[in-house]
Design a protein around this ligand. Sequence first.
Ligand SMILES: Nc1ncnc2c1ncn2[C@@H]1O[C@H](COP(=O)(O)OP(=O)(O)OP(=O)(O)O)[C@@H](O)[C@H]1O
Ligand SMILES: [Mg+2]
Length: 180
Amino acid sequence: MTQPSPSTSGFSRKKNFDPATVVDFVSHSASQTRSTGVVLGKLAQPGDIILLAGELGAGKTTLTKGIAEGLDIKGIVNSPTFTLVNEYRGRIPLYHMDCYRLENGRDALDFGVEEYLYGDGLTVIEWAERIEDVLPKETLTVRLTTLNETKRGIRLEPIGERYITFVARFKEEAFGIYKS
Ligand SMILES: Nc1ncnc2c1ncn2[C@@H]1O[C@H](COP(=O)(O)OP(=O)(O)OP(=O)(O)O)[C@@H](O)[C@H]1O
Ligand SMILES: [Mg+2]
């Protein structure tokens, strides 16, 4: 008999991760979440896709502001809620997408999501669960969980070798003091 997979905050991408590939920690402030983003931005490669999971106010946009900083983007990064996607020029392009208003993947295809996903920049997607069906299998999910007013759980869930390496590099950069 097959075991049902554990359900998580409505994001079906979740599967059983090898604990050795997942990194999780607590951010104690918005600025720590932003700094987490800076490290992710510094490590990002052209074509990378980062999905941000987490409820309203969890810190998805805050993290993205850090990612932009890590990519040496000078302009102000705001939530693209009304524009669907904002593009920024940095070390590599940043495509910041917010799918909150989309129904499903079909809507995303209609607006040309594939051009970004398979482009030469870093694509960061808030509310990616809305368009789960058109996303490539291999991605990095950053899951933000609100613990209290100022604390957030942050969990990096890589799928595929590319993102497993990404997370391993993140761990080294952010927590290099914890050598085994
Ligand atoms: N540890 C923390 N990490 C991130 N944000 C925090 C933290 N503590 C407090 N905050 C606050 O929580 C809010 C997070 O807002 P943000 O816009 O980043 O969330 P969001 O996940 O993008 O929400 P939405 O789903 O509405 O787009 C900000 O006001 C931020 O200052
Ligand atoms: Mg947001």
